[in-house]
Design a protein around this ligand. Sequence first.
Ligand SMILES: C[S@@+](CC[C@H](N)C(=O)[O-])C[C@H]1O[C@@H](n2cnc3c(N)ncnc32)[C@H](O)[C@@H]1O
Length: 270
Amino acid sequence: MDGADPDRWSAVAADWLDLWGGLAAPLWQVIAEAAGVGPGTKVVDVGCGSGDLLAYVDALGASTAGMDPAPGMVDFARAQIPRADVRLGSAERLPWPDDAFDLATSVNAVQFAEDAHDALLELARVTKPGGLVAVANWAQPELNDLDTIEEAVAHAADLNPIPAGDLRHPGGLETLFTGCDLDIVVAGVVDTPWSVPDDDTLVRAVLLGEDPSTVKAKAATVIRAARPFRTPSGGYRLSNSFRYAIGTYSPPRVLPTMLPPARGRAEGDV
Ligand SMILES: C[S@@+](CC[C@H](N)C(=O)[O-])C[C@H]1O[C@@H](n2cnc3c(N)ncnc32)[C@H](O)[C@@H]1O
């Protein structure tokens, strides 16, 4: 499915919340601990989807704001956390003033922005000096059982699997952060295991956003590819991982020779 299309995300918002919403919970904990999230911490989550990270930090006492371009996702986020300031829009242009938050997060979303660099600069802009910016997405395919299934589905249709973007590989998020003058505070990989109780739920989740005839045609391939991950109870448990980076804004140092001439003194005067 086209991850940059808000209509597609709106159409699957209920299923996202139901099937995938809690996927990154182990990662939320890592981010919240790194940032010391507690009562009064101001947090914004960009590409907030159905609002699950926001619900988590709200329960820790944070004051929350969120942004997503898919109206269906925004509806679910607002319903989950009625007191959160959840708005419709894109990461590349946030509606909040400079220095508004202690922590700006974006999980499994900046890769859909037209320009991830611009999106990260916006996250940094709305974060207070000394605050933290946290970005995460799926780790490289070798660390994700879900990729094994998706590769099988692509090959069955004589297609090449969608290549994993740079941000999924070691060093990708770090390069993005450095390019935005963000110093990495901590970065790493978090296990995000995912379980479903039966074949139907597996197929519905893996083929999220596909039309019913495609789901029917691909179901057997999904179930066959997921066989190694089957549990004794008839469900499935996939080992997956997210890669994350948490950084703080450090503007480039201005050396004295780079400063403009002092006022009231002509260039060349000594
Ligand atoms: C895979 S979902 C992740 C949702 C949520 N962050 C989570 O972890 O459950 C991707 C989300 O990114 C949003 N998205 C797509 N393009 C975006 C953009 N340019 N800026 C911000 N969010 C975007 C989608 O609407 C969708 O809600």
